[in-house]
Unconditional design. Sequence first.
Length: 498
Amino acid sequence: MAKYVLAHDLGTSGNKATLFDENGRLVASAVSSYAMEVFNGNWAEQDPAVWWNAVCESSRSVLEKIDRKELAAVAFSAQMMGCLVVDRNGRPLHKALLYCDQRSEKQIARLVARTGFETMYRITGHRPSASYSLSKLLWIRDNLPDVFEKTAKMLQAKDYMNFLLTGTMVTDYNDASGTNAFDLHTFTWSDEIIGKAGISRSLFPDAVPSSRVIGTVTPWAGAQTGIPAGVTVVAGSGDGGCASVGAGSVAEYRPYCYLGSSSWVSIASKTILDDPDMIGFTWAHPVNGLYQPCATMQTAGSSISWFAETFLGRSDGKTLDTVNHMAAQSPAGANGVTFLPYLLGERSPWWDTNARGVFLGMSLNTGFNDFCRALFEGIAMNLYLNFRPMQKLATEKYLRLIGGGALNTLLVQTIADVFGCELLIPEFLTEATSMGAAALAGIGAGVYGGFDIVESMNPGSRKISPDMKNHELYCKKIESFKKAYTDLKGWFSSGKEY
């Protein structure tokens, strides 16, 4: 019986191929890198040919470690919210517009005027934004009419890779929910939004559950990748969805936090997030039947790197250790210093592109240690504000933590103290997306019995308990942290003029 699954994590800087066995154990991995093209200020593209070349190269590398006849299935985790237009034969008509491409602000503004901001949020679970796929497709229609006229389908990165493997054009619910055109209530494309956009629903591929088998590897794809022809291909999911699976957030009301350069908090739920303030947003979860409420902050780990580089001259591991050591010399509360971690504007909870980073509350008694401590507290408090709308859903007493930032012991302890709950740190911190894709591949092909396989793939290795005395202090400081932003909001906007 075939016992291995192949997972691909297709990002904006490279593709990581990973092999897992029938027990969920990591067998081999390989990375193939490529570049992102950024130009015109806020345009970002990639040639999909570089994705395929990286997939072929990394697949061949890891498959050398096993008997290829024992490979059962393959699935992708990949970058989300992109726009790749292809013709009826699946040939790309333009480079892919990436999630961070913001050229379509005029298109989304016109669509919001026709449809209504709150209506789009209610239908899709997301704020309408130029970050999502639909407005990018409308930009192509408005600015590249010859390309749009030939367009048969708009695909996400993993969808195009799946097409090259199988010849089938589909997407999954998770990636579809990142387009601003998918109805989360019906798990179908929104006729209302697509109709108001003035385009055809036929441009959107059929959407299926993330663990659905969508085909098998063709002889042509097998010759390209080294994956044997006939191997099962499972739909897979976006990278955010796969991260949820790899983090173990696969059962209702199980929350987790990803700590990286940016950071987010999320929870698995049977309902769409009820958030009248529209702080967070909701994806379709890769576990069929669940939703994935989420809220994201722009600069978490990158705030720490910026601080080290700016004030200590570099941001290598030794310097970051120095920041941690100095922060530990300041008490909880940072002797009254507060840091607003808004160095690239902010998404959740404020959705304010004008927001800026601020240290406030200094006096002649303030020391450098206090700035270091306030840095960690600002990140933790902002994450907590993002988690508040989901908190009423959480039934587990602990928060799972993944991402490279989970190696920062003081930041982790500060998060535990601010949230007032126990943190569960799994064995693998940066492989969650690969594990999520592997789980989907194995479940779809019958290698794994269910999503509980992630407990074997990524077991908890340690728990961090909160200091409840510090938590009481932070409960008060969070309110002043929140007020600091609201009081400065007008200044952030007016400051653009100077």
